[in-house]
Unconditional design. Structure first.
Length: 155
């Protein structure tokens, strides 16, 4: 595997399982110093042991938690180059007739507010890079972005 990301620092949200965990593994293999967030601490511990990545428990919709995370990354690594907004949920979603307000609020908080906060704080972090504001922000989505499903009205 090439080390094309050597010297780069990456942050991945929703990094404890699935696409997020695979991205943590791949970016570390490519030479990046990887930080990731999520809510599954046991899975995160195994991934850290496997890859050397750094895990911080953070719910992406928690606006108050973001500045501290970005500050910690910059203090430790001196930069932030790549941010992958991957966290997402469909938990609590249902058809328009059945979705409850709690389920609706949860999906909107994670999938919309969480992405906005990820991008907003990524920009703030990348503006602190030694050579000036630069970096890459990637936002993940799903097939539901283009194909509606009747039982997932919020998602």
């Amino acid at each position: 595997m090439s080390k094309r990301l050597e010297g780069k620092v990456a942050l991945i949200t929703g990094g404890t399982t699935g696409i997020g965990a695979a991205t943590v593994a791949r970016l570390t293999q490519e030479g990046a110093k990887v930080w990731f967030t999520g809510s599954k601490e046991e899975a995160a511990a195994a991934l850290c042991a496997q890859t050397g990545a750094v895990f911080r428990k953070l719910r992406v919709q928690d606006a108050a938690g973001w500045p501290g995370l970005i500050d910690e990354i910059i203090a430790s690594e001196g930069r932030l180059d790549i941010v992958f907004a991957n966290a997402g949920t469909e938990s609590g979603d249902a058809s328009i007739e059945d979705v409850g307000i709690e389920g609706w609020d949860n999906v909107v908080a994670v999938n919309q507010t969480g992405v906005m906060l990820t991008v907003q704080n990524a920009i703030k972090g990348m503006k602190r890079n030694p050579e000036g504001a630069r970096g890459s922000i990637i936002i993940n989505s799903s097939m539901n972005a283009t194909r509606p499903l009747g039982n997932y009205v919020t998602y």
